[in-house]
Write a protein of this length. Structure first.
Length: 254
């Protein structure tokens, strides 16, 4: 059956890159081999979730995603694959975790962090980096990732990337790659206006600034939070979608 990045792409995970190769699994006692554009790997682990799409037999979504992330180049790419698979509901964190547990410890270790990123509720790698940065602060409380917000009149508001509920403070990661395409960029930025109109204090950050100047970003967020704490909280209701990765119990596994 097709596996790894090949199967993950067919399941809909665009971050998985087979790199012009076809990845497949064969049951033991057949052997692993590589020839031309094909890479065949022997497996002793049955996959009861394998599915058939037309003439193709694919490994289960969770197995395909874990196998694709396992051989991906770099932690960011591994995180992107797992986050996309969870956020697009191609698979679940629990199913991914089960397949990670079936790996040898040395193969599983590089996936513990990316799996925690997916469990955090982040919708992209930059959002995960934002949550990691906030977790280092002695000023900021633990935020909610991507909660559902409603305004005073009950209208649905834009979903923030990170939300500090005690003071109604929203942080938005503005990334062309992860939030919009071409002419939708202006709409992405302008959507923050409904939060401001509802009385929410909004801080916008970019992926480049998060990576190049994390200390400056964190200081600005801490200062903004303290300002928000000094004023009356607006009547905005937040429903948490996910709490931070500590609740998932995954970071410690690495």
């Amino acid at each position: 059956m097709l596996s790894g990045a090949t199967a993950a792409r067919l399941h809909g995970v665009t971050s998985a890159d087979p790199r012009d190769r076809v990845h497949a699994l064969v049951p033991a006692p057949q052997r692993s081999r590589s020839s031309g554009f094909a890479e065949v790997r022997r497996t002793l682990i049955p996959d009861i979730g394998a599915i058939t799409k037309g003439p193709l037999r694919l490994s289960s979504p969770a197995r395909a995603v874990v196998d694709a992330a396992r051989v991906a180049r770099g932690a960011d790419t591994r995180s992107a694959i797992l986050i996309e698979a969870v956020q697009r509901r191609i698979t679940t964190v629990d199913d991914l975790h089960q397949w990670v547990l079936r790996l040898r410890p040395r193969d599983a270790a590089p996936l513990h962090g990316p799996l925690a990123d997916a469990a955090s509720g982040a919708w992209s790698v930059p959002e995960s980096e934002l949550l990691d940065l906030v977790a280092t602060s002695s000023v900021l409380p633990a935020p909610w990732a991507n909660p559902t917000l409603t305004g005073p009149a009950g209208a649905r508001l834009t979903t923030p990337d990170a939300w500090f509920d005690d003071v109604a403070f929203a942080v938005m990661v503005h990334s062309r790659r992860h939030h919009s395409e071409a002419d939708q960029w202006d709409d992405t930025v302008e959507r923050d206006a409904d939060l401001v109109a509802a009385g929410v204090i909004v801080a916008a950050v970019t992926p480049r600034r998060l990576r190049q100047q994390p200390e400056a970003v964190l200081l600005r967020l801490e200062q903004t939070y303290l300002v928000a704490r000094g004023r009356a909280r607006p009547e905005v209701r937040a429903t948490p979608r996910h709490r931070l990765r500590e609740s998932a119990g995954l970071r410690g596994a690495s």
